[in-house]
Ligand binder design. Sequence first.
Ligand code: SF4
Ligand code: SF4
Length: 357
Amino acid sequence: MSAPPPIAMLAELTHRCPLSCPYCSNPLEMVRAKEELPTEVWVDVFAQAAALGVLQVHLSGGEPASRRDLEALVGAARKAGLYTNLITSGIGLTPLRLDALEAAGLDHIQLSMQGTRPDLADWIGGYRGGFERKIAVAREIGRRGIPLTLNAVMHRHNLDDLDATIALALDLGARRIEVACVQFHGWAVANRAQLLPTREQTEMVKRKVAAARAEYEGVMAFDFVPPDYYSDYPKACMGGWGSAGLNVTPNGTVLPCHAAETIPHLRFEKVTDRPLAEIWYESAAFNAYRGTDWLPEPCAGCERKEIDFGGCRCQAMALAGDASATDPICAKSPHRARVLAALEEVSDAPFTYRKLG
Ligand code: SF4
Ligand code: SF4
């Protein structure tokens, strides 16, 4: 099957992270430090990605600052011609390290925010003192003029603070805010009953983001990931499987999306075993759900199939037990009842915090 080249690569440099967010998209089985790719392999991966057509690399984790060679990796990605975006909790980014990252040519920082108050943010992130440190890092980023996006992950416990979240992003000088309602992959599946927003919150967030987008036009841009359990249609996950982006995990496994390893019958290859371009164009896993030819009914005959490609394969796996099924978020899915049942399972039980083994 022919495919366009990828535009973006998510480089998960490490799964180590000082925080333990209960919605973390990392897999339940995480990669340990001793299995992480060494510096020189990542440098080669960046060069291969640029040659393949990738324009942007998102340096992520875990917490990428847990890697002592982060500055060298940013420099290597820039040298390969990639736009570099650092996705970080901020913990570990000292002023000295920010100086070094700036010198290495870092283009942009996406800083996660768990809440707008220390009590809320530190409870959600499972890290006492994290909020104060994050704010200090955000001020250092602002002082340097590095373009900043505030990544606010929203759910039942912090959606009512949306106004304060937007105000905080403006105060920190963010050029963009991502209002990202939790998607149920990775650790979020284990905490779904604690995190699912209410229907009222879902309507409120849509309304407020639309109003704020208009009010702050030209000041701060808004990205919005709505809570999809209340939607009638699924999202076009990753813009379509194997169509616009790829992920490389800390041990070099190449995935079409961060949750793809939850699909048990697919075999994912490593950059240490095969060139990135061959994996992208030729591997069975990347071709498994490309395009629309493989779609089952009702998607095969649906007018939206070129818009959402039948939704998310990992969500179909998680909710229907079949990665090739119509995403159960869709109102036309024969498995839609599982989504409706999940909406009834609200719980105030303690979080299952993410932990590395
Ligand atoms: S979601 Fe939280 S625990 Fe997961 S990598 Fe980001 S900051 Fe760390
Ligand atoms: S039936 Fe399939 S293609 Fe149509 S809207 Fe639902 S998920 Fe999308």
